[in-house]
Write a protein that binds this ligand. Structure first.
Ligand SMILES: [Zn+2]
Length: 80
């Protein structure tokens, strides 16, 4: 898998941080945050195939609160 390329900058992204937390619909995943060294645009790729917690688990709300400040991106919403 090649590195993403930033079109405006014509530069390759660089891995900024491993194991960042992303919320995708009703589950939390680890992924890697990459940044463009030119414009500092950020993206998350390399998302784990399985979530480390999801809403059907009884402790999900507690886990979500624990990771709340670390969530780097949110896709969709957690239904109340
Ligand atoms: Zn860029």
């Amino acid at each position: 898998m090649g590195r993403p390329i930033c079109i405006p900058c014509n530069r390759e992204y660089a891995c900024h941080k491993n194991e960042v937390v992303v919320l995708i619909r009703d589950a939390l995943y680890f992924g890697d945050e990459w940044r463009c060294p030119g414009c500092d645009h950020a993206l998350v790729m390399g998302i784990a195939p399985q979530p480390f917690t999801y809403s059907d688990l009884p402790q999900f709300d507690e886990t979500l609160r624990r990771y709340e400040n670390q969530i780097r991106a949110r896709v969709g919403k957690v239904e109340a």
